[in-house]
Design a protein around this ligand. Structure first.
Ligand SMILES: Cc1cc2nc3c(=O)[nH]c(=O)nc-3n(C[C@H](O)[C@H](O)[C@H](O)COP(=O)(O)OP(=O)(O)OC[C@H]3O[C@@H](n4cnc5c(N)ncnc54)[C@H](O)[C@@H]3O)c2cc1C
Length: 278
């Protein structure tokens, strides 16, 4: 893992902005001070502006060796994110990071990999999915099940269409409500409903999920009942976070700090703690 100077801010310039949905935008950023900025899928930055708090935001892009570009995909929900939403190209953000342990990139060889995402939860999974596609010859089957309330609320629509056409990955997109016409042709229903149809080899399964905790709770329960083993399930946990360095305790779940021990956890690591929804 890359160990940053945890309290030092770096300045990142907004190179481009893409409106994903009515409330979610992707920001393409470049670091002013570093030529080569490396991070792993599932890690996150603390993002802020001078004089305001910070928000934890995952990388939604894959790091490329020798450059300092990265992407964050941000839902406008509160203090920091609504200020970021007002920013334009060439605006400057303060960042600290990268922080945390990411998805199990070391574990993918020979596996059937199932990615399950809900809403903006696809953002932290996107770099892992791109990583799996890069290493496609090392893994067995690759699946993405992605759900949102409506097709308009789905992020990375261009990627979704590309992935839908690729032989290397099997996709199932589903929504709660479907308008008459949708280019993505999603199914109607919850992600849990579509998990039964997948022909996954349980002896070599790896499941990574990110989305609302209620979704992850039901997905985990369903998969465990289907015979998946607990250690094959990885979940991204989100908690209110201040320092990102394991000192303030805001993000604590039992004995674990989401910022330092996570945000990606193996199911057995968080199962014992009563304050999770799992
Ligand atoms: C590791 C990690 C990665 C994340 N990655 C992403 C990402 O890639 N994209 C993304 O969009 N989000 C991501 N998040 C979520 C993001 O950090 C939160 O939504 C964050 O709170 C936004 O900051 P804000 O200041 O804009 O919102 P806040 O002002 O903190 O408000 C956020 C929500 O919390 C409510 N709230 C405010 N104060 C309190 C309080 N004291 N107690 C309880 N609820 C309160 C608000 O009403 C609002 O609904 C991530 C979180 C974590 C921990």
């Amino acid at each position: 893992m890359v160990m940053p100077d945890t309290l030092a801010f770096k300045t990142a310039r907004i190179v481009d902005i893409f409106q994903e949905t009515a409330e979610i935008r992707s920001y393409f950023l470049s670091l002013e001070e570093e030529e080569d900025f490396q991070f792993t899928p599932g890690q996150f930055n603390m993002l802020g502006l001078p004089g305001v708090e910070e928000a934890a935001i995952s990388f939604s892009s894959l790091a490329q060796p020798g450059n300092n570009f990265f992407m964050h995909t941000i839902a406008c929900v509160g203090n920091v994110t609504s200020l970021i939403e007002r920013m334009e190209i060439d605006g400057k953000l303060l960042i600290r990071g990268p922080f945390g342990y990411g998805w199990p990139t070391e574990e993918i060889v020979g596996k059937d990999i199932l990615l399950v995402a809900g809403g903006v939860g696809l953002a932290p999974l996107r770099p892992f999915l791109l990583y799996c596609l890069e290493k496609r010859n090392q893994i067995n089957n690759l699946y993405l099940v992605y759900g949102a309330r409506t097709p308009e609320e789905m992020v990375f629509q261009k990627d979704l269409m590309d992935w839908q056409k690729k032989e290397e990955i099997s996709t199932i997109y589903c929504v709660d409500k479907l308008p008459e016409y949708s280019s993505l042709l999603p199914n109607v229903g919850l992600v849990t409903h579509f998990l039964e149809d997948l022909q996954i080899d349980l002896s070599r399964a790896l499941v990574c999920m990110c989305g609302p905790e209620i979704m992850m709770r039901f997905v985990a329960r369903k998969l465990l009942l289907q015979g998946y083993s607990e250690k094959d399930l990885y979940l991204a946990m989100e908690r209110r976070m201040r320092c990102g360095t394991g000192h303030c305790g805001h993000c604590q779940i039992g004995a674990k700090f989401v910022c330092q021990d996570g945000p990606i956890f193996q199911y057995p690591d968080i199962k014992p703690f009563a304050d999770t929804m799992l």
